[in-house]
Design a protein around this ligand. Structure first.
Ligand code: SAM
Ligand code: DTB
Ligand code: SF4
Length: 324
């Protein structure tokens, strides 16, 4: 039993989203403080364990093989190399390491075995491990769980209606199926989306409706704004308005009160004041480290300065475990 609400109507969500701005932020803060301590932030670090050459056609993604982007591709890294990067992230205060692979799906075999080893090694260091490896069946999810996997990231990205305009090589249903497999294996779910894919506000709110309909809610909800990358079909998309981003974060916080809402890709272009508004609206997690998977993120020292200025303190892995 939990006291989460899973049957939000689109009308209900829309009227929340459209409340006067300050009132919406105040309401989100009230909800936030009922479930989390003010100023506590969860920090994740991304490691791209296999970069580029992906067969999918996600129009936002620099790693899709069919687009000509300027990224450094590499095949699956060795477990020891990944371990070194994970330990560096731990020393810099990350409580979670997220291993990302540009795969359409997990295939059983030596590459997957190697990822299972990485999960074992890193979780033995007391770090939470998250993986994002594309579609996955239940048995594969169970193997990762047994190796110590804490979370699996699999975004629904946008509304079901808009999804097919952005990706044609898989369906919304495929995404939901993987998320179900993750749940069945007892791994926590990290699922959110991207703003700025040419979608309407309605599409964004339908995405939040779909996330909040999941029972239980995803434990982490990354809210990315598109990082437009030259060579991808969405390279010329305009930036997402800060007011819209803050409204989305506040609405996500109210709908999913116990989830970590992660201010994800797109932070580099945002000022300290803009990010502050996001934290005031209920964001309590970020990706840190100067690189996301292939694109840039604010440098560590800039983030450290921001944490000090805003009085944000990092949650340790032990504290995060205690949250659930
Ligand atoms: N291949 C796996 C998958 O698609 O689930 C895992 C890696 S994929 C790069 C992880 C997530 O990164 C995507 O679901 C998407 O939400 C996000 N992403 C990819 N490119 C992005 C971009 N240019 N801007 C913002 N987010 C992006
Ligand atoms: C998520 O929602 N955002 C992260 C993580 N999950 C895997 C990825 C952002 C990628 C941004 C584009 C890039 O750096 O390639
Ligand atoms: Fe491949 Fe994931 Fe990028 Fe889509 S988002 S092209 S599945 S790496």
């Amino acid at each position: 039993m939990n006291n989460q609400k899973h049957n939000w109507t689109l009308e209900g969500i829309t009227s929340l989203y459209n409340r006067p701005f300050l009132d919406l932020v105040r309401l989100a803060q009230d909800v936030h403080l009922r479930h989390f301590k003010l100023g506590e932030i969860q920090v994740s670090s991304l490691i791209s364990i296999k970069t580029g050459g992906c067969p999918e056609d996600c129009s936002y993604c620099p790693q899709a093989a069919r687009y000509h982007t300027d990224i450094e591709k590499h095949s699956l890294m060795k477990a020891e190399q990944v371990m070194e990067l994970a330990l560096r992230a731990k020393a810099q205060g990350a409580s979670r390491v997220c291993l990302g692979a540009a795969w359409r799906e997990v295939k059983d075999g030596s590459d997957f075995d190697r990822v299972v080893d990485m999960v074992k090694l890193i979780s033995n260091e007391g770090l939470q491990v998250c993986c994002t490896l594309g579609m996955m069946n239940e048995n594969q999810a169970i193997r990762l769980k047994e190796a110590g996997l804490y979370a699996y990231n699999h975004n629904i990205d946008t509304s079901e209606e808009h999804y097919s305009k952005v990706i044609s090589t898989r369906s919304y249903g495929d995404r939901l199926e993987t998320i179900n497999n993750v749940r069945k294996a007892g791994v926590t779910v990290c699922s959110g989306g991207i703003l700025g894919l040419g979608e309407t506000i309605d599409d964004r709110l339908k995405m939040l409706q779909n996330l909040s309909a999941m029972n239980p809610h995803p434990e982490s909800v990354p809210i990315n704004t598109l990082v437009p990358v030259k060579g991808t079909p969405l390279e010329n998309q305009g930036a997402v308005d800060i007011e819209e981003l803050v409204r989305m974060i506040a609405t996500a916080r109210i709908l999913m009160p116990t989830s970590f809402i992660r201010l994800s890709a797109g932070r580099l272009g945002r000022s300290l004041s803009e990010q502050t508004l996001c934290f005031m609206a209920g964001a309590n997690s970020v990706f840190s480290g100067e690189k996301l998977l292939t694109t840039m993120n604010p440098a560590e020292d800039i983030d450290e300065k921001m944490f000090v200025t805003l009085g944000l303190t990092k949650i340790t892995p032990a504290e995060v475990h205690a949250t659930f």
